[in-house]
Design a protein around this ligand. Structure first.
Ligand code: ARG
Length: 278
């Protein structure tokens, strides 16, 4: 099957202040040394790759004292040009929301508001064709799912995560094309697993090893799938399904529990050229 890439619009945040100084997921160990320089180099590689693939990348300026801000996916959910800014579960990240509440209106977005309930943006909300797949269990709450459904007017399908290593939906599942996903079944409750099997009978399934390598934290443009290079099993399966996998080394960011998708907020349904600031 011929897979077709479509140009995407991403928002990213340079890891200028990246560090691991607290622990809010099992990957984070503040005792382990981190290199901000290496994190920046890995992130720049990803940003350049997106540009080379023909995608538009906007940058939101990082703020000191917010070491997790590189994980732009968590800042908001953007669909049809409407923006729902995150409300973080953990106090350490709460101030990140302010940066998004300021950035979007300053860049031509008129429909912007902050979620009322714990909602960690595209970490937990993934657009999949005409529906939104939404994770809960660790961060975003079921109440937040309903708020998202009402705000965007798009059906939200709730999925429950059960393994603390896969605490955001984007660590356990990636949307490859409107009707195709890849995921790690064991990261979900039995009920959610059934739901996924029913919705996506032809899904690409990740082994425990691929999931542990953060292989599901991937970004697809419909053809190119950028994912951690250590997820070798998934790389082979994606090729068999007609995709073009591109391995990324994001080892430094993984120390905070993040990788390719976490660094990438997709601005769905915005036409950058038509925005007033350009
Ligand atoms: N340290 C961050 C946290 O635990 C990592 C966020 C990763 N982002 C993601 N979209 N999964 O909140």
């Amino acid at each position: 099957m011929e897979r077709v890439a479509t140009p995407r619009h991403y928002l990213m945040v340079r890891p200028t202040y990246f560090d691991v100084v607290y622990s809010i997921n099992p990957w984070m160990n503040p005792e382990k040394p981190t290199s901000t320089r290496l994190a920046i180099a890995q992130w720049e590689w990803l940003r350049d790759l997106f540009a080379d693939l023909g995608h538009e990348v906007d940058l939101l300026p990082p703020r000191p004292g917010l070491p997790d801000m590189v994980f732009a996916a968590n800042g908001a959910t953007v669909m049809n040009g409407r923006v729902l800014v995150a409300r973080f579960r953990d106090s350490q990240r709460a101030a990140e929301s302010d940066a998004y509440l300021e950035w979007f209106p300053a860049h031509g977005y008129t429909d912007v508001r902050q979620a009322r309930w714990v909602n960690e943006g595209e970490g937990d909300y993934l657009a999949a064709g005409s529906v939104i797949l939404a994770g809960t269990g660790f961060r975003s709450t079921p109440r937040a799912h309903r708020e998202t459904e009402e705000y965007f007017g798009v059906p939200v399908i709730g999925l429950t995560l059960v393994d603390p290593r896969f605490y955001h939906l984007d660590t356990a599942l990636a949307v490859l094309a409107d009707d195709t996903v890849m995921y790690h079944p064991e990261a979900f409750s039995a009920e959610s697993r059934e739901r996924l099997a029913e919705l996506y009978p032809d899904a690409v399934l990740a082994t425990a090893a691929d999931a542990a390598a953060f292989g599901l934290n991937a970004v697809s443009d419909g053809r190119h799938v950028v994912l951690p290079q250590a997820a070798t099993g998934l790389i082979g399966k994606l090729r068999e399904h007609g995709f073009e996998p591109i391995g990324a080394d994001m080892s430094e960011l993984l120390k905070a529990g993040g990788s390719v998708k976490c660094c990438t907020l997709e601005l769905h349904g915005t036409v950058p050229a038509a925005r007033p600031d350009r």
